[in-house]
Design a protein around this ligand. Sequence first.
Ligand code: SF4
Length: 367
Amino acid sequence: MSGMISRISRRPFHVYHRLFNISAGHRLVLKEALSKPIRHDWSKQELSEIYNTPLLELVYAAQLQHRKYYDPSKVQLCTLMNIKTGGCSEDCKYCSQSTSNNTGLKAEKLVSIDEVLLEAKEAKKNGSTRFCLGAAWRDMNGRKSALKRIAEMVTKVNDLGLETCVTLGMLNDEHAKQLKAAGLTAYNHNIDTSREHYKNVITSRSYDDRLKTIRVVKDSGISVCTGGILGLGETKEDHIGFLYSLSNMMPHPESVPINRLVPIKGTRIVDELEKPGANKLEFEDILRVIATARIAMPNSIVRLAAGRYTMKEYEQFLCFMAGCNSIFTGKKMLTTFCNGWNEDKAMLLKWGLEPMKAFKKYNLPGN
Ligand code: SF4
């Protein structure tokens, strides 16, 4: 496989240039993206040129970029466990766990370490190599004993040979240090959408609050996992703004989860999306976001997260073509459905794909 990667990647743009007839703007920016080292200074104009490239050509360019950094036959399986459900004081309009929405979800206490280990072992047995823990909290202030228990969960899940990721809301330096000391691989904190659209979705904390926690995580030496949700009534310009925020991070996030909104009854976003004139998400937009992310952040793992179960199998296949190289699989995605392991294993087998091993990346050094 490594021979195949180097053969394909030797002159990717040369191949691209000969085979396709595209506009000068698209060609120039794709040439730069495919032939130069990883960049962190993307302009919105450049990202827009990539995002708006004719779709077939965009997916082809993303696949070329993907093969320079990763073995295209490997897909990482991740499993997410909700360790503390509901009762969150943030006002995210889309979330069933926010107390600002009226979904009838009951708040629960933090689960035990044994419950986590049971789920983690099952995930590992089924081929998942990354185990993620999610808690519906605004932040970790005043949660000393909870953080201690979560740190223990992280260490014990690591001991099973799994990568660990947690999402617990906003963190300060001390919290991050504690999680780092426990051996945490990555911390998830999504920017959700573009800076411009963010205030239409969440008002209880700002975009800059989000970026601050991401900085804290990065400075502590924990990998950053950050992405967003598509289908929050945003425009295509917001997709570009979202990708602009991510692709100008230094380094790029190790992990970029792309979620498709699962509209949940009782969440305020559902009413907004039903209003006449509300922006609707097309499947093509998802492909364009994934492909642009792959081209602009070639070393990041791009994960298809919540909402994948709403996609047809061929749509998921197209996401892999566009450079997605990870999926969430298992019993549930927090409070929404998730494709199960057996279904996913059958799908990967059918397409000649294999689960990626933990901590094994086929990429070039430097992010
Ligand atoms: S911070 Fe997380 S759990 Fe809390 S409302 Fe927002 S999305 Fe839901």
